[in-house]
Design a protein around this ligand. Structure first.
Ligand code: SAH
Ligand code: SF4
Length: 424
């Protein structure tokens, strides 16, 4: 979602006549779009600000104007202005005001906007113009679930769904601007609803947009996984066979302490229902190790769950206490060395499963959406329906869909060979 927000902020500033640069040391304005989900992401903001200023001194140029956007801006507000003397602080629900905030900072007043008006930002953003073959589209934001470790409900605010028509319009604009794949985004994207219509109704309408070949969505929550969405996986051809469904832990006691409101058995039953309609679905998840009080036996239950599911890929994190969340005050902090060791074991298991999943694809053929050039001349990179990275030699262009035989599997990608061109 931060990638999506970053693109939208760049489009806003482009409408003001600014041009984007990849070199922060040449920029007049640097927008740091920040993440507050774990402590390390937050600390990075302050070190980035320090580095930008230092480079300006070394290069003997005026330091760029610095705007801090995103969830660190939302959570720390004034504190950032005090601690780092930045020019603009803007929260994730207020960034449509970025041009005005920059203008006022340019006139000499540091400016701050961390208001959370519901949805007004989307209406104030410029139309989508040029995008790559795979584009993001935010359909839902915020969270009402209040898992005890998580800052999202505080930084992104309450669950809000964008209206059906606005999403369909943006999807059409994205396709006109070059997208062949759209990933629908939300903190709990499957909680999206508009007047009784759910995410599956939206997907079925998007499926009919000419030129849109692939639809994905992320991140979904187990408790919002309705039968309609499961059914869509069985019969909507453009809905890709991939499901990111975080579970966080394999111990029911830990899940309860996390306030997840699901247990491992209900999670596994859900996956069975999805696999019943789409047996080849690639599963992905999120895991936290070292939640306060997590015992070795409880952690072993996470490893067992991983074994039972066989994920195609997954993300795993060490628990990071976040200010203001209930878990931050819980007893039983797990020492860093124990967390490190658990994370290592978990990632070894997940890595093995990812490799096995990729290995099992060898010998199959599938469509690959070409997304960018590879390192070698003539080599292109793209994604399989199961979100695997595929590299192949081809004269196909970025945005082409090619039919590919999968030849061999590495730990994180596969090599393929082109069969016949499906579409130009
Ligand atoms: N809404 C999604 C997840 C969004 S946050 C869901 O609940 O499924 C993305 C991931 O960051 C979470 O799934 C979790 O694994 C991780 N995360 C969130 N807060 C964390 C914390 N305090 N410490 C470590 N990992 C955290
Ligand atoms: Fe955070 Fe996801 Fe839980 Fe919401 S459901 S509080 S975003 S982990």
């Amino acid at each position: 979602m931060n990638v999506y927000d970053g693109e939208r902020m760049a489009e806003l500033m482009a409408a003001e006549g600014m041009t984007a640069t990849d070199d922060p040391d040449r920029a007049d304005l640097v927008v740091l779009n920040t993440c507050h989900i774990r402590d390390r992401a937050t600390e990075k903001v302050y070190s980035d600000i320090g580095r930008l200023r230092k480079n300006a001194r070394v290069n003997e140029r005026t330091a760029p104007m610095i705007a801090v956007a995103g969830c660190v801006a939302q959570a720390e507000g004034d504190e950032i202005v005090r601690r780092a003397h930045v020019d603009v602080v803007v929260g994730p629900q207020a960034y449509h005001n970025l041009p005005a905030l920059v203008a006022s900072a340019a006139a000499g007043t540091p400016s701050l906007d961390t208001d959370m008006p519901l949805l007004s930002k989307f209406g104030a953003l410029p139309a989508r113009r040029r995008v790559g073959p795979s584009a993001f589209l935010t359909v839902q934001e915020g969270c009402d679930k209040f898992c005890t470790y998580c800052v999202v409900p505080y930084t992104r605010g309450a669950e809000v769904s964008r209206p059906f028509a606005a999403i369909v319009d943006e999807a059409k604009a994205l396709v006109d601007a070059g997208a062949r794949e759209i990933t629908l985004l939300g903190q709990n994207v499957n909680a999206w609803d508009d007047d009784g219509r759910g995410l599956h109704d939206l997907i079925r309408v998007l499926d009919r947009i000419p030129g849109l070949a692939r639809i994905r969505y992320t991140t979904s929550h187990p408790n919002d996984m309705r039968q309609g969405l499961i059914d869509a996986h069985g019969d909507v051809e453009s809905l890709m066979p991939f499901l990111h469904l975080p579970v966080q832990a394999g111990s029911d006691r830990v899940l309860k302490a996390m306030n997840r409101n699901h247990d491992t058995a209900s999670y596994l039953r859900l996956l069975d229902r999805v696999r019943a309609v789409r047996p080849d679905i690639a599963l992905s998840g999120d895991f936290i190790v070292g939640f306060p009080g997590e015992t070795e036996a409880e952690f072993a239950e996470t490893l067992r769950l991983v074994d039972a599911v066989g994920y195609a890929q997954a993300y795993s994190f060490k628990y990071s206490p976040r200010p203001g969340t209930p878990a931050a005050d819980m007893a039983g902090a797990i020492p860093e060395v124990v967390m490190d060791e658990r994370l290592q074991r978990l990632q070894a298991a997940l890595g093995r499963d990812q490799q096995a999943f990729n290995q099992a694809s060898v010998g199959r053929s599938c469509d690959v959406l070409i997304e960018r050039r590879g390192k070698l001349p003539g080599q292109m990179l793209g994604k399989s329906p199961w979100l695997q990275s595929i590299h192949l030699m081809t004269d196909a262009a970025i945005g082409d869909m090619v039919s590919v035989d999968l030849l061999s599997a590495g730990p994180v990608s596969l090599a393929g060979a082109e069969r016949v061109r499906v579409a130009a």
